[in-house]
Write a protein that binds this ligand. Structure first.
Ligand code: ZN
Ligand code: MN
Length: 500
């Protein structure tokens, strides 16, 4: 009988290793001055260097070195006083040089760690994930296989290559083996990638969008019988592209490997692909050993020798740690763990903080960004922060608090701003969206409503307060929804002799 996850981890101890590739957000490529702008026509952002033409000479991008050092410092690494690039030789059409310029035995940052917190049966618990190395390399181009049913190379009629991405700076962050997690291996993996993403975002070195591939995670996993002290053969699941998938990929591999071991089958050291639909993995190529790559030092690039003063300057510019900042903001705003997590996961923490710092009430700022604005952004399939600015949202919230907008009117204002109608004040003026707060204007509408429904008015006078709803509704309708309902109710009841 096949083992499920709980049965698998009751018998086997998982060991993890995580490799994360991050595209840096430099304006130019790693070794040439070509633009890194996303979305250009294929092969328009290339030159002899990133196309690997004979005789072209690379020059290292200084900003990419700076970003790599910042990442190393934020991950508590030592920065190597001397590091070198190496050629990683392999043949694949998306790599025009037939080698990737990477780092091998002399990476720029080594020996760091990242502490992550997960929920366990015994409450919150901290795990330390040790970092082996952070190294610099370059991205490959992109292949498009045309004509097949699956979009894969098998069955395709031909393939197209776009080298715009070839040479974009990448940083690879590799953990040491992570043991001792027991059944919590999936949560530890996810918490690590989440925390790493938040740190990279706070450093502003990458846009860290997993769905778009600017951050991708390879999950190494092996199993050994509990208590054996042995290390099993590992598989490597490549390019897992969401936080949830990281967690699911670990679960999937634990179950697959445990069931193989149960039936006496061997675990093959290989790369595997994660299947989003099933949460399982399928085999890819069997994994090359390091020697297959014939690494050797890159002769065309000088070693990287950052001076210690520069490193200390960079260390001094490190932003507040995301975990510390989250705790601080959570206290200041008085929100629950869950509410905080939804803001962080939606990538809205910064913009909500900005909105609040401009004077908006924390609860309202949170609900506008997570609610209406996120809903509109979903419809348009764009990032909420591209739709409207923090100051415009803060302005709308202040108008609500001042009683000049109802929630309903405010939604129309926000929609108007997003539709390109200008600032909130301009949208209000153009569309006449101000609350009718003028008592005399409201009284005219109230008297008209009473005149139209005299029986209802009598019932209210007789003490049937809920009956007032029909009259309030009539007033709201007459004012085009621009009156404050609470105010209408107060004036109406007072007029009918039922006010406090
Ligand atoms: Zn180039
Ligand atoms: Mn790599």
């Amino acid at each position: 009988m096949a083992l499920n996850y709980d049965q698998a981890v009751a018998k086997y101890e998982p060991t993890l290793g995580l490799e994360v590739h991050v595209e840096l957000n430099t304006h130019s490529k790693m070794f040439c001055s070509c633009s890194t702008e996303f979305g250009a026509e294929p092969n328009t952002q290339t030159c002899p260097v990133c196309l690997g033409l004979p005789g072209a000479l690379p020059v290292v991008n200084g900003k990419a070195i700076e970003s790599s050092i910042l990442i190393g410092l934020a991950l508590n690494c030592s920065i190597a006083p001397f590091s070198r690039f190496a050629r990683k030789n392999y043949f694949y059409p998306d790599m025009p040089k037939n080698f990737q310029t990477s780092q091998y035995d002399e990476p720029i940052c080594v020996n760091g760690y990242l502490d992550v917190e997960i929920e366990t049966d015994e409450g919150a618990k901290q795990f330390r994930v040790e970092i082996e190395r952070v190294h610099m390399e370059e991205d490959t181009g992109k292949s498009l296989h045309v004509g097949g049913a699956t979009g894969r190379i098998h069955g395709a009629d031909y393939s197209l290559l776009d080298y715009n991405r070839a040479g974009i700076p990448l940083v690879e962050i590799v953990t040491k083996i992570v043991g001792g997690t027991g059944k919590y291996a999936p949560q530890v993996a996810r918490a690590y990638v989440t925390e790493l993403r938040d740190i990279l975002r706070s450093l502003q070195v990458s846009d860290v969008k997993m769905e778009q591939g600017s951050m991708r995670c390879d999950v190494n996993l092996s199993l050994a019988p509990i208590g054996s002290g042995a290390l099993g053969t590992r598989s490597e699941t490549k390019n897992v592209n969401s936080l949830r998938s990281v967690e699911r990929a670990v679960v999937g591999e634990v179950v697959r490997q445990a069931n193989r071991l149960e039936t006496g089958e061997r675990i093959v050291q290989e790369t595997r692909h994660f299947l989003e639909e099933s949460g399982q993995t399928r085999p890819g190529r069997s994994k090359e050993q390091a020697e297959d790559y014939r690494y050797f030092p890159e002769p065309d690039l000088v070693p990287v020798v950052p001076n210690s003063e520069w490193i200390e300057v960079l260390r001094a510019t490190l932003p507040e740690k995301p975990s510390i900042r989250r705790k601080r903001l959570q206290d200041e705003w008085n929100v629950s763990d869950k509410e905080m997590a939804s803001l962080v996961n939606a990538g809205l923490l910064n913009v909500v903080e900005a909105t609040i710092s401009l004077g908006a009430d924390p609860a309202r700022a949170r609900s506008w960004w997570l609610g209406e604005i996120s809903r509109l952004a979903n419809e348009k399939e764009v990032d909420p922060i591209s739709l409207i600015s923090a100051s415009q949202v803060a302005e709308v919230i202040q108008l609500i608090e001042a009683g000049e907008l109802t929630d309903k009117l405010a939604r129309q204002v926000v929609e108007g701003v997003i539709a390109g109608g200008g600032t909130p004040v301009q949208v209000i003026a153009q569309r006449g969206l101000k609350v009718v707060s003028d008592d005399s204007a409201l009284m005219i509408a109230i008297e008209a409503a009473i005149a139209a429904q005299p029986d209802t008015a009598d019932r209210v006078r007789g003490g049937n307060i809920p009956a007032a709803g029909a009259l309030i509704g009539a007033v709201m309708k007459a004012t085009g929804g621009q009156a404050d309902a609470a105010k209408v109710r107060e004036l109406l009841l007072k007029h009918l002799g039922k006010g406090e």
